[in-house]
Write a protein that binds this ligand. Structure first.
Ligand SMILES: Nc1ncnc2c1ncn2[C@@H]1O[C@H](COP(=O)(O)OP(=O)(O)OP(=O)(O)O)[C@@H](O)[C@H]1O
Length: 630
């Protein structure tokens, strides 16, 4: 080790502009220490450990990152503990908020500042790995007398940055030793391990924070594509980048020589900014597709292997991660309704609040959009022990509906049961009465229903004594009740009574969680028929493009049939119902006509259709294939 005097002299020479053999990050840091922070290398300072209360504050702010990092840090520590390495996780201000070191070295580590609460910002500690990494945003080794302050020149420290999912520097992982060989190359393995662990932490963080989005994992080689990718990007339903593993992405870009200038600026951009793909292409990058075809191109050039995780899969993974809060049973019943669609999520929250009160709820939505499923979820959400009684007002003959609903007393009318019969309203006592197709309820019964709602009493047909009922009324309709009111077919007072709390279910074509719903239905079918169903990319595209007039019911039925016809669980275009296969053929001349209108300019056509170029190319290719097939 060189003397303090010659160390100080070397720094002074560098500060005066002399060339140096030191690595560039070291020289840059020394210059900052002298010029910006006005530090004096001759003035040795002990390591600084922040007071306990301040450390708590730093830890609280970094809480979720600490939790997510823990498994990665522990695995890394297992590999290097035998060599007396210590691990520090520092926050963006350079304070060590987590620490793994050998208890045997506790006293020495604390004195050296390789300890919980140590502050390693460059302005306080001079050139050090954590500080230089925070400023340079790159992995760095600060070995022995690379350190600025003579107090630290015995240490070797290697640091790698950890970025949050929006590309902001969130923390630094540091691997340090109190004593080490003189050669800086001795730390190569430490550098490799620090970088790899930082990448894993970024990946775990992205998965934990991604709820209902696609995750695209990227790797230079096929071998680790699914298990330990180099980088990952999360995408919303429109194909915009919502998150990324910035450190991994930058390193990948550097090694493959494509440019990612500032990962933060990619947030909100379409994925086509980076690669020649759009959101429609995601299914073809999922596991199960030939690995050799999962290759991303930039400007037509093959670049990197990709593996896509559907929103349902990423949701599963994030739920498995430690950061996800446990759902309440109430949220669970309703949560299965929404798979990431914003309208559905808002509706789900509204439903959860309404469900706890006995306010009549009216559900509106097209046929098959899930009105009964929602009604059942509301019932389950706060099941107080009573039954869920569903009545389809359109399916019961008008002359029977009154006695079915209200029940009747003994011998109330000819043909009535001798002992009388309890009506459906009464049997829902303590539970939920679901009146489907309420718009079809005869006017006379609407009056009686109104009475039940306002007085919590039901009078059976032929009876005089009211019976008390406490129930939650949920009604549903696909008709515009207001129009029925205007036409005199629905009582205005009942309409306002029911309309106080309306939940409007979006049609399937309006939802942007289609991929998730589809995966969910496939998983359901898979569970039922003990098969792992997959959808071939072209078939998936057609399913996505179809307008689904019959909504979720139609989707379930289509997939039920397609899965039954599939070979080895792979659903292809030919397994889909004709109505779904047809539009592509019907659109073909239209696509070609539109291309002509755009004078053959694919980019212009892509802009007109609101999709990216590669999607148009694919559609055109499909048109050509179809032509050959027919
Ligand atoms: N969130 C969902 N996820 C998956 N499948 C669903 C979902 N919601 C509804 N479904 C399925 O869609 C089908 C129709 O649901 P439901 O009967 O609730 O619709 P509806 O709106 O009440 O229909 P209708 O107006 O014809 O009475 C059912 O097979 C149901 O399983």
């Amino acid at each position: 080790m060189i003397s303090i005097e010659s160390h100080v002299k070397e720094i002074e020479r560098v500060a005066a502009g002399e060339c140096s053999q030191r690595d560039s990050p070291v020289v840059q840091s020394w210059l900052r220490c002298v010029n910006d922070y006005k530090l004096d290398p001759a003035n040795a300072q002990d390591a600084y450990i922040v007071p306990h209360a301040q450390l708590r504050e730093h830890q609280e702010q970094a809480e979720s990152l600490i939790r997510i990092s823990r498994a990665g840090l522990a695995a890394l520590f297992d590999q290097i503990a035998a060599d007396d390495y210590v691990l520090l996780l520092s926050d963006a201000r350079g304070v060590a908020v987590d620490y793994l070191g050998h208890p045997r070295l506790d006293r020495d580590l604390r004195r050296a500042g390789l300890y919980l609460g140590a502050e390693w910002s460059e302005s306080r500690a001079g050139t050090c790995a954590v500080g230089a990494c925070l400023v340079g945003r790159q992995p760095v080794v600060i070995h022995q007398d690379d350190h600025f302050d003579p107090t630290h020149t015995g240490l070797t420290c290697t640091a790698a940055p950890i970025f949050d999912t929006r590309g902001e520097l969130a923390a630094v992982l540091d691997i340090s030793q109190l004593t080490s060989p003189v050669a800086k190359t001795s730390q190569r393995l430490a550098l490799h391990l620090a970088k790899a662990t930082a990448r894993r932490i970024e990946m775990a963080n992205l998965v934990a924070r991604t709820d209902d989005e696609w995750i695209l994992r990227l790797s230079r080689t096929l071998d680790f594509l699914d298990t330990a990718p180099d980088a990952a990007i999360s995408l919303d339903g429109a194909g915009r980048i919502t998150g990324l593993t910035a450190g991994g992405l930058e390193a990948l870009a550097r090694s493959l020589k494509f440019s990612v200038d500032a990962p933060q600026t990619l947030i909100g951009q379409p994925i086509s900014t980076l690669f020649d793909i759009g959101i429609d292409d995601m299914p073809s990058f999922m596991r199960g597709n030939p690995a050799g075809e999962r290759l991303l191109h930039a400007h037509g050039e093959p670049l990197v292997f990709a593996s896509a995780m559907s929103p349902a899969q990423s949701q599963n993974q994030s739920q498995n991660s430690a950061v996800t809060a446990k759902r309440s049973p109430r949220a669970d019943a309703l949560a299965s309704m929404s798979h990431g669609d914003a309208t559905m999520r808002a509706l789900q929250q509204r439903a959860a609040k309404l469900a706890v009160r006995h306010i009549p709820i009216l559900i509106q939505g097209e046929t098959g959009s899930g009105k009964e499923v929602l009604a059942r979820a509301i019932h389950q959400t706060c099941n107080e022990g009573g039954r869920f009684v569903a009545v389809n007002c359109a399916a019961i003959p008008e002359h029977l509906i009154e006695s079915e609903l209200f029940g009747y007393v003994a011998n109330a009318f000819t043909g009535a049961a001798r002992k009388g019969r309890t009506g459906l309203i009464e049997s829902a006592h303590g539970g939920t009465l679901f009146l489907d197709e309420i718009g079809d309820m005869p006017l006379s019964l609407q009056t009686r229903l109104l009475r039940v709602l306002s007085e919590n009493e039901v009078v059976p047909v032929g009876g005089v004594d009211p019976r008390r009922v406490e129930l939650r009324l949920v009604s549903a309709t696909h008709q515009a009740l207001k129009t029925l009111v205007a036409e005199g077919r629905f009582r205005e007072d009942l309409y306002y009574r029911l309309n106080a709390a309306t939940l409007s279910l979006p049609a399937l074509r309006e939802r942007n969680d289609f991929d998730n719903l589809l995966m969910g239905v496939l998983a359901d079918l898979g569970g039922r028929y003990k098969e792992d169903y997959r959808v071939e990319p072209n078939a998936w595209r057609l399913l996505r493009q179809y307008s689904w007039p019959g909504n979720l019911r139609e989707m379930r039925n289509a997939l039920d049939v397609a899965s039954a016809l599939s070979d080895d669980g792979l659903i292809c275009v030919r397994h889909l119902p004709e109505a779904i296969r047809k539009p592509a053929a019907a659109n073909k001349p239209d696509l070609l006509r539109q291309l002509e209108e755009c004078e053959g300019n694919v980019s212009a056509l892509a802009r007109r259709l609101g999709v990216n170029r590669s999607t148009v190319h694919r559609w055109l290719r499909q048109c050509r294939n179809d032509r050959v097939e027919h």
